[in-house]
Design a binder for this molecule. Structure first.
Ligand code: HEM
Length: 329
């Protein structure tokens, strides 16, 4: 299991959280920053629950009503000054009921599935995609060979072939990718995935400055200065023959979906001086009424995020954090 591998100090070939973070941070780590999704912008708002999930989960957050959250839009990669529009993956993270025993932390990405189903294979995927340290170029042969050896990556690659990046963080769909369980008061358990689905943008005034490295952050900021940015949280219920432990397999499109409510984002802040900057959006932090599946990728995320968090928190504490120019300024 993932736990064994992550405990695996006895096996020199085992994939561990420190090895993941070493690989993700690259040769020149950016002190004080996340080792993945390093560039982002903080947001705050309210989750307005419709109450439609309350027969599936006892979680307070799914009762009808409004709960404040803070969160973060980010782009994948280890560089806190990377150009927004070059990133292959965009992300939305949030924490509801933060600081309570009922905290729910969420980190979602634009693809609906992973390319591979285990931490070991994902580690090899990251190795295959890493640029050569000397030439700084990726090796297309290595990449082709990796995906050929992993036919389970088909759904991911099909998605990638059709994906057209939106002109705004506010217009993307963000997926949980991994599945989780909901638990109700009868003790029933239901496997679910969810997607944050954008409301139709309510204004067109915010234009994307494609020449700016911070294009997406600036676009979001100017949009939020006029209106709230909203997403519905749509949950898909697994059927008994869906594998909740394998994040490479999309569930059939006829599965029942439930709109849990609306994430209404009302403000933005630079990540250097707002709550999201120091947060660890560990997807294993779940409220009563939710639990993690045995998906080994999901389990590995908890350990790896903690490792990245420890490194950047220590660097920040020691004053080694290097200031990076973020967007929206
Ligand atoms: C084994 C697979 C994965 C590894 C090794 C990994 C690794 C990481 C690391 C090291 C961080 C930085 C953590 C921090 O310092 O706070 C991170 C952040 C993040 N990851 Fe992953 N990740 C994995 C899978 C996923 C998946 C499946 C998703 C999407 C569902 C995802 C979404 C995110 C997001 C959105 C963030 C940024 C959260 C924020 O704004 O702080 N990751 N990941």
């Amino acid at each position: 299991t993932a736990t064994l591998y992550f405990a695996g100090a006895f096996n020199r070939d085992a994939v561990t959280a420190p090895k993941f973070v070493d690989l993700q941070q690259g040769d020149t780590p950016h002190a004080g920053f996340r080792r993945a999704h390093a560039k982002g912008i903080c947001i705050t708002g309210n989750f307005e629950s419709i109450g439609a999930l309350s027969s599936y989960s006892i979680a307070e957050v799914f009762k009808k009503g409004s709960t404040p959250f803070y969160g973060r839009f980010s782009i994948a990669g280890n560089n806190p000054t990377a150009p927004d529009l070059k990133a292959p993956v965009r992300s939305l993270a949030f924490a509801v009921n933060s600081g309570t025993v009922d905290e729910w932390r969420v980190a979602m990405n634009t693809p609906p599935v992973m390319a591979v189903a285990t931490p070991e294979a994902f580690f090899q995927q990251l190795q295959a995609l890493s640029p050569d340290p000397i030439t700084k170029q990726r090796d297309p042969e290595k990449i082709t060979a990796f995906f050929k050896a992993h036919p389970e990556s088909k759904a991911f690659n099909d998605w990638k072939a059709d994906y057209v990046p939106a002109n705004s963080f506010a217009a993307e769909r963000y997926h949980s990718i991994n599945a989780f369980y909901l638990h109700n008061e009868l003790g029933d358990k239901q496997a679910v995935r969810w997607v944050a689905r954008p409301h139709k943008a309510t204004n067109n005034a915010a234009m994307l400055d494609t020449s700016s490295a911070n294009a997406l952050q600036q676009e979001l900021a100017s949009r939020l200065d006029q209106n709230a940015v909203k997403f519905d949280l749509i949950f898909t219920l697994a059927a008994s023959n869906d594998d909740e432990n394998n994040p490479t397999i999309p569930w059939p499109s006829d599965r029942q979906t439930i709109n849990a409510g609306t994430l209404s984002i009302v403000s933005w802040h630079n990540q250097e001086n707002a709550a999201c900057g120091d947060a660890n959006f560990d997807p294993l932090v779940l409220p009563q009424g939710m639990s993690a599946t045995a998906d080994p990728i999901l389990r590995a995320r908890g350990a790896v995020y903690a490792q990245s968090y420890r490194r950047r928190a220590k660097e920040t504490l020691l004053g080694a954090k290097v200031s990076a120019t973020n967007g929206g300024e």
